[in-house]
Design a protein around this ligand. Structure first.
Ligand code: ZN
Ligand code: ZN
Length: 244
């Protein structure tokens, strides 16, 4: 099964798992497999309607399911962490991470509350995993090098990932800093398309998002749109900042 298809199935399984535990009302609108420039690799779910108090039922029931799913996509579950929204009552992200050296220290700190709004549910950083050629860390560094070469700028790819949405869209995303809109307009981005295809996403649209009110590129995305979003893009209901 291709990675996006696996993630689409996982997304649905996790959503069902959560709703069967807490009686419904939660959607997992996005699931993403990604690596970050610090050296972590992780699976992140983005729920809507999940309260912090709901995690009390997680430990016995949901966490084993999340660990299985993360191992299935090559992520050793070194830590399971939740991040809340601004008022601290609703959960914005659940992350299952194979921790880098520095995050191993950070997530262990402050009795499982390393930063405001971040709670470590499980912590087991005992792996001595070595990255291989198919590792997302390798992809992140490769794409960073290619964007630097293309633009001549010292770009930092902060996160590189494959994501799926509840509507059925899938995509390949590089969140970055150090790049301006003028650095990529009209440039050859076939390397980005190729890596996207290699990971199972045939892009129907490619675009860059700009930081609000600036010409700084915050991310580049290639997306295999679902049938509904495809029409929304075509009709201009969704307007990407910069179509590539
Ligand atoms: Zn890290
Ligand atoms: Zn869609």
């Amino acid at each position: 099964m291709k990675l996006p298809d696996t993630l689409l199935k996982n997304r649905l399984d996790i959503e069902k798992g959560i709703n069967s535990l807490i009686g419904g009302g939660v959607s997992v609108y996005q699931l993403m497999l990604s690596s970050t420039s610090c050296g972590c690799v992780g699976l992140t779910l983005f729920p809507v309607g999940l309260k912090r108090e709901d995690v009390e039922v997680f430990n016995d029931m949901l966490l084993p399911q999340l660990k299985e799913i993360s191992k299935g996509v090559g992520v050793f579950p070194g830590a399971i962490v939740i991040q809340t929204r601004a008022d601290d009552s609703e959960i914005a992200k659940v992350k299952i991470q194979r921790l880098c050296k520095s995050c191993k220290i950070d997530y262990k700190g402050a009795e499982g509350k390393p930063w405001p709004g971040v709670y470590t549910l499980q912590y087991n950083p005992t792996d001595d995993y070595q990255p291989n050629d198919n590792d997302f860390l390798v992809y992140r560094s490769e794409i960073e090098g290619k964007i630097r070469k293309m633009s001549g700028k010292l770009v930092n790819v902060e996160e590189l990932g494959v994501f799926v949405l509840s509507c059925g869209c899938s995509g390949f995303l590089a969140a970055l800093s150090g790049l301006k809109a003028g650095d990529i307009t009209g440039k050859d981005l076939s390397f980005f398309k190729k890596m996207s295809s290699d990971l199972g996403i045939e892009p129907k649209i490619m675009y860059a998002a700009l930081s609000y009110g600036t010409d700084c590129v915050s991310s580049i995305t290639s997306k295999n749109t679902c049938s509904i979003c495809k029409v929304k893009y075509e009709k201009g209901v969704i307007l990407p900042d910069l179509v590539l």
